[in-house]
Ligand binder design. Structure first.
Ligand code: FMN
Length: 343
């Protein structure tokens, strides 16, 4: 939700209505990571990794693969609703698959207009659509018309492709096509993931628009969240890499705005999750999967926990689950935790 001017100041004071969304991150925020992060608390909604739509209606099993939470009425174990994200370039197949996602239990449907991957952009999907707001309109309108109005349709955008000169047109397309909400990653495709995120570019383009807006980009700490709210005028925020480097960031932000005491997650606790929640264990994948996903997460954790640097260096060359687990266990102090965290 977005407010401007005096109303914004007033609203930010009553921040307890703030919503935090866990960002979609392909190859990183999968079912198990969503489970772990939402178990820790603070999130109001998760968005899945993108499901690529080319032409046909996808088989149900594809939706279950990306969103196993569909087996739980579309909720994570902690009860956080999950929304399926679709990525494609053709309106009709996207609309058909959106309906299927909803029928299977997705909490609304999200459309990806931000993916910078060359392969995706070459086939006219993801961020390249930002060059053509009219086409974005056609896609969103088709999906909105196909999906029952009681379900939310959201769009995830960047400020533009090469530059932000079309950012107003992009927002106008999203709003006039009838999307209920838009998550704005406040950078262009060309900016990639390089800091800063231009939160201050959000208020002018959404001024007077009747749409819920979620600000996204470069929120690594509670202070960033507060600054992002102030600069973007948005109460609702989406957390991506910050939530991986700082697994209880959402909980910390909520505690901060609600004036509640919260100690924060110790490194030993994070380590416990690395080992015991089997976050990177997938029996369907080969041996190297566990090692590579553990290294990937440690790569994010390094930013918040210096201990992760040592651990990362130690497992850097290891390839098997057995070898990596042996090192993790050596470091673990096995704190007493709620058995709810085992899986
Ligand atoms: C590895 C990676 C994968 C991503 N995958 C997706 C995706 O599947 N769909 C999407 O809309 N955005 C995707 N994003 C973008 C994030 O959702 C988010 O907009 C971006 O990381 C900026 O937020 P942050 O600074 O909080 O990380 C991805 C980003 C990264 C780094």
């Amino acid at each position: 939700m977005q407010f401007t001017g005096k109303l914004s100041t007033l609203f930010l004071k009553y921040n307890r209505f703030m919503k935090l969304v866990l960002a979609p991150m392909e190859g990183v925020v999968d079912f198990k990571m969503r489970q772990l992060l939402t178990d820790l608390g603070g999130f109001d909604l998760c968005v899945t990794e993108f499901v690529r739509v080319v032409q046909a209606r996808l088989p149900e099993k594809v939706f279950y693969r990306y969103c196993p939470e569909l087996n739980n009425n579309g909720y994570t174990r902690a009860g956080t609703p999950v929304r399926i994200q679709l990525l494609g370039q053709e309106a009709n197949p996207l609309a058909e698959n959106a309906v299927r996602a909803i029928d299977l239990g997705s909490h609304g449907v999200d459309l990806n207009f931000g993916c910078p991957a060359k392969t995706v952009n070459r086939s006219r999907g993801g961020a390249v659509l930002l060059k053509d707001p009219e086409h974005m309109y056609t896609i969103i309108k088709a999906v909105r018309d196909a999906v029952d109005s009681k379900h939310e349709v959201s769009a995830k955008i960047r400020l533009g492709f090469d530059d932000d000169s079309k950012s107003q047109e992009i927002i106008d397309a999203v709003v006039s096509a009838g999307a209920n909400s838009v998550a704005i990653h406040a950078r262009t495709k060309r900016d990639g993931y390089n800091p800063p995120a231009y939160w201050e570019k959000i208020p002018p383009i959404i001024k007077g628009k009747n749409i819920a807006v979620v600000a996204n980009g470069e929120i690594w700490q509670v202070e960033d969240a507060m600054l992002c709210q102030k600069r973007s005028g948005c109460s609702d925020l989406m957390l991506g890499r910050g939530a991986l480097s700082h697994p209880d960031l959402a909980k910390k932000i909520k505690a901060h705005v609600n004036n509640e005491h919260y100690e924060g997650l110790e490194w030993e606790h994070v380590l416990y999750h690395l080992i015991h929640s089997a976050i990177h264990h997938d029996p369907a994948k080969d041996e190297k999967y566990f090692a590579s996903r553990t290294k990937q997460w440690l790569g994010y954790l390094k930013r918040q926990y210096p201990q992760a640097i040592t651990l990362f260096d130690e497992i850097r060359r290891l390839k098997t689950k057995e070898d990596v687990s042996a090192v993790l266990k050596k470091y673990a102090k096995a704190p007493q935790l709620d058995s709810n965290h085992d899986s």
